[in-house]
Ligand binder design. Structure first.
Ligand SMILES: *Cc1c(COP(=O)(O)O)cnc(C)c1O
Length: 422
């Protein structure tokens, strides 16, 4: 099997690990910047300028958000905390997209106060939003479309009718009429119906579906669309041998669709935006952990100082994350279950995986943890959340979140001997 390469050497990692306790997540800043630029290049043709609202839930660290903001990315938020992170790094107004679903009034108010683009999940939320904002809708409003069981059938889009999100097709027409009559001036249309999709044609089909709908709604409701949000969902090659989505191809093909559909209908230019999270940061994060134990019973096990509390995806969904043992690339290989220390048998980073045979004390690196890695961490079994490190090449790094302490962990308890001062 082909391996996946690492941007850093074992010595570089050991030098960092001598200053930051393992386990920790480390993010490759330069690679994130290169990727963001390539993404924007692929859509440089978009009238009014392409923007990707980074789905903050993937990696909610302000240092990373700031780096992305400098590359022109906005933020896609679904909570108060995510809105605060975006505004703290200087994103404002239309740099922020607030995609609601089961949203409380206070969060709508916070989004509106920041001037964020509000993307509604349901037709009933038009009235809910109006009420939440004291009777006045924002000037700009976007609705999320759930294509449901499409007439044409689309093998790629899967089964949106099973998803909780979005408006039906009929509700969109009605919703835009209601918003228009209530004085909303500017409009967007959004869909997000896939996750971790590696087929580039999927995104071209989503663009075609949304742009055709924009043409139809514009004609029937008499409104003008300012933007179409194609959602996120661009996948990443977690497994060796998988291929990343060809962004120049996607950009080119969407441009053809755009010219044909929007140009053909004689519509005013519509901006294309996206809200990818995973592909922006996912491949550029690594969980660095140390081998604590090896055991041989009915199977062979390698036990790490990281657990599912640091990276939930393998235990939770059975997701594949590649594992490297820096410095042992050319050596003997052996089949192991790679485990953490939670009292849960699904706390395994890999099952029956052939990896370079590590020694106790070796560093192991788990790949592609830059999205939904630290972010999905938790404190079960009293596990403390790890540090996050931004790597700037060579020996240059910065701790962008320190490791949690026991005092942090107990801070919300009111009990003698725990909490502050522990
Ligand atoms: C999670 C999410 C995204 C980002 O999805 P990725 O698969 O990380 O690109 C975008 N939009 C919404 C509404 C989401 O919930």
């Amino acid at each position: 099997m082909t391996d996946k390469s690492l941007p850093f050497t074992r010595d570089q990692l050991e030098a960092i690990a001598s200053r930051v306790p393992t386990p920790f997540h480390i993010y490759d800043a330069a690679a994130m910047v290169r990727n963001a630029r390539a993404f924007y290049d692929a859509f440089s043709w978009v009238p009014g300028g392409f923007v990707n609202f980074f789905a903050v839930k993937a990696l909610p660290n302000p240092h990373v958000l700031e780096l992305l903001r400098r590359e022109g990315l906005g933020g896609d938020c679904s909570s108060l905390a995510e809105l605060r992170l975006c505004s703290a790094v200087g994103m404002k107004g239309a740099d922020i997209c607030f995609t609601s679903n089961d949203t409380p009034a206070a969060e709508y108010r916070a989004a509106a106060d920041l001037g964020a683009l509000i993307n509604l999940d349901d037709i009933s939320h038009i009235a809910f939003l109006e009420q939440s904002l004291g009777g006045k809708l924002p000037d700009v409003l976007c609705f999320r479309y759930n294509p449901g069981p499409l007439k044409e059938g689309n093998v790629i889009i899967g089964k949106p009718e099973e998803a909780k999100y979005g408006f039906t097709r009929d509700q969109l027409f009605e919703g835009y009429r209601i918003a228009r009559d209530k004085g909303v001036k500017r409009f967007g249309l959004h869909a997000m119906v896939a996750s971790n999709e590696l087929n580039p044609d999927y995104f071209v089909e989503t663009a075609q579906m949304l742009l055709e709908l924009v043409v139809e709604i514009s004609a029937r409701v008499g409104i003008r669309f300012e933007f179409v949000n194609l959602g996120g969902g661009i996948g990443i090659p977690y497994r060796p041998g998988q291929t990343a989505v060809d962004l120049p191809y996607v950009g080119r093909r969407i441009r053809e669709v755009y010219d044909r559909v929007v140009g053909g209908a004689g519509l005013a230019p519509v901006r294309i935006v996206m809200e990818c999270g995973r592909m922006i940061t996912g491949p550029y994060g690594y969980l660095v952990t140390r081998v604590l134990h090896k055991k041989a019973i009915y199977k062979n096990y390698v036990g790490l100082d990281a657990s599912m509390a640091n990276l939930m995806r393998p235990g939770m969904y059975g997701s594949y994350h590649h594992i490297s043992v820096p410095g042992r690339e050319g050596g003997a290989r052996k089949v192991y279950d790679v485990t953490g220390s939670l009292c849960e048998n699904n706390d395994k980073f890999a099952i029956d995986r052939e990896i370079p045979d590590p020694a106790i004390g070796d560093l192991m690196v788990i790949h592609d943890t830059g999205a939904h890695g630290h972010a999905m961490g938790f404190n079960y079994n009293g596990k403390l959340r790890s540090a996050e490190v931004l790597w700037q090449g060579g020996s240059d790094f910065r701790v962008i979140r320190r490791a949690e302490t026991l005092a942090d962990h107990f801070a919300t308890l009111d009990y003698p001997g725990l909490g502050a001062g522990t």
